[in-house]
Design a protein around this ligand. Structure first.
Ligand code: DGJ
Length: 388
C-alpha cells in the first residue's frame, strides 16, 4: 500500500510542477512483504533514469543548495552542498577525521569530474561550514602505477600517534574493477600533500569497498569486501598503519555486503553495510560484535522515519562513514552517498543523525529478541546539530 501511496505522491508533486508524467495504469504489485526489492523497483527505476521527470525530487537543483553564507546550520540530505567558496563539495565515498592537534575536522573523499581526479579534503570547525583544502592526493599518482583508467574510491584517513603521520587507505582499481586492491598514502599534515606508497591485495585477497577503523587503544583495522563481494574480511594493521598484519577473519560470509562503516559504543562494535547493487541504493543493515574480529551478528535495518520505500533504500543512499559526535556519547552522524550514476560528480551527501539505545526490534537468527541495543538512523528533510 505504501508503494502505491508513494507513486501517487510522486505523481502529484510532478504534475503540480507542470511535468508530464504518465499516469500509472495499474497499481504496483503488493509483494513487498516477501520481496522488498520488488516493492522498491519502480522507485529505483525512476532514480536511475537520467531523463525521469521526477529527477528533481531525488537531486534537487542548485536553488535549494546548502550554502554556508546563510548560516542556518541545517543539513539537507540530498541537496547540493556548497563549500565556503560557493562550489559544490567534492568528497564522495568519504570519511571524516577529527584532528586533535588543530581541533579541526577534515573530510576526505573522491573528488570527481565524473571520473575521480583525486582525493578532496575539506576542513571545518563546526561540521557544517567546509573550506576546500584542495586535492591532497591526485589520481595521477595512482595512474602512474599501471594504466590511465585507474580508479580511486572510498578514501579514509587516520592519524598514527606513534609515527605522527596521517595515513590514507583507499580502494584502487581499474575501470573493470578487476585490480581489486587497496592503496596507501602518507602525509605529515592532514591537508597533505599525501605521498602514494603503492597498492596491494590485502592478505592476498581481492578487495573492493573498504574502510579503516582506529580503535580506542590505537590499534587500527581494515575491513574490505572480498571474494567477489561475497564476504567481508577484517584484520589489524601494522603499528605504523602502512600494511596489514597476517591475521584476518572472514565475516558476513555469503551475505554479499559492501560499503562498510564501523563505529564503537560502550565497548560494542557496530558496522553498517549495504547490499551490492552497483550505484543503485538498497537496504542498509547493521551488525554488532563484542570483539571487532567477530563473531558479528545482524541487528537489522537501522533506517526509521519517512516513507517505507525510502527506508528500504537507505533514503536513496549508501553508507560511507559513521562519525562520533564529540561530547555526545551514543550520538553519531551517519554519512552516506546518494550516487548519481548519470553524473557521478553531482552525487549528493546524505548526513543523518544516528542514535544507539533501546531494545532492537529485530529477532536474531534463532528467532529470539536480539540482545543488542537498537541502532537508529532517523530520516529528516532538514536537521541541525543540537549544539550548533
Ligand atoms: C558500489 C560501491 O559501493 C561504490 O563505491 C562503487 O564501487 C560502485 N559500487 C560502482 O558500481
Amino acid at each position: 500500500m505504501e508503494g502505491l501511496l508513494l507513486m501517487l505522491q510522486l505523481y502529484f508533486v510532478a504534475s503540480h510542477r507542470n511535468v508530464n508524467v504518465p499516469q500509472p495504469s495499474a497499481p504496483p504489485p503488493l509483494r513487498h512483504k516477501h520481496s522488498p526489492q520488488a516493492a522498491i523497483k519502480p522507485l529505483i527505476d525512476e532514480f536511475l533514469d537520467a531523463n525521469s521527470p521526477l529527477r528533481h525530487l531525488f537531486f534537487p537543483d542548485i536553488k535549494s543548495a546548502i550554502h554556508p553564507a546563510n548560516g542556518s546550520h541545517y543539513y539537507r540530505p540530498g541537496h547540493i552542498w556548497l563549500d565556503t567558496q560557493g562550489n559544490p563539495i567534492q568528497a564522495h565515498g568519504g570519511g571524516v577525521l577529527y584532528d586533535e592537534t588543530s581541533h579541526t575536522y577534515y573530510w576526505y573523499g573522491e573528488y570527481r569530474q565524473v571520473g575521480v581526479i583525486g582525493v578532496g579534503c575539506y576542513s571545518s570547525k563546526d561540521l557544517w561550514t567546509w573550506q576546500n583544502q584542495g586535492i591532497v592526493l591526485s589520481a595521477q599518482q595512482i595512474n602512474n602505477e599501471t594504466h590511465k583508467s585507474n580508479m580511486l574510491e572510498r578514501p579514509k584517513v587516520i592519524y598514527n600517534d606513534k609515527t605522527g603521520k596521517y595515513v590514507m587507505w583507499m580502494h584502487v582499481d581499474d575501470v573493470h574493477y578487476r585490480k581489486a586492491a587497496v592503496g596507501i598514502a602518507i602525509s605529515d599534515r592532514p591537508t597533505g600533500p599525501f605521498q602514494y606508497l603503492g597498492s596491494r591485495r590485502p592478505h592476498g585477497f581481492d578487495s573492493r569497498d573498504m574502510t579503516i577503523f582506529k580503535d580506542d587503544n590505537g590499534v587500527a583495522y581494515i575491513i574490505y569486501s572480498s571474494k567477489m563481494n561475497t564476504e567481508l574480511h577484517i584484520g589489524p594493521l601494522t603499528e605504523d598503519y602502512l600494511d596489514v598484519k597476517p591475521n584476518m577473519r572472514r565475516i558476513l560470509v555469503g551475505q554479499r555486503r559492501e560499503a562498510p562503516a564501523v563505529f564503537k559504543y560502550q565497548g560494542t562494535y557496530y558496522m553498517i553495510t549495504s547490499a551490492c547493487t552497483g550505484w543503485a541504493p538498497n537496504e542498509a543493515k547493521v551488525d554488532a560484535a563484542e570483539s571487532i574480529m567477530g563473531p558479528w551478528e545482524t541487528i537489522g535495518d537501522p533506517c526509521i522515519g519517512g516513507k517505507e520505500m525510502f527506508r528500504l533504500t537507505t533514503f536513496l543512499s549508501q553508507s560511507t562513514f559513521v562519525l562520533p559526535l564529540l561530547g555526545l556519547p551514543g550520538s553519531y552522524i551517519f554519512m552516506a552517498d546518494r550516487w548519481n550514476p548519470a553524473e557521478l560528480n553531482d552525487s549528493r551527501y546524505v548526513w543523518l543523525p544516528l542514535a544507539i539505545g533501546g531494545p532492537s526490534l529485530e529477532s536474531n537468527s534463532s528467532g529470539s529478541q536480539s540482545p543488542w541495543p537498537r541502532v537508529s538512523i532517523h530520516w529528516h528533510k532538514k536537521w541541525r546539530l543540537p549544539l550548533s
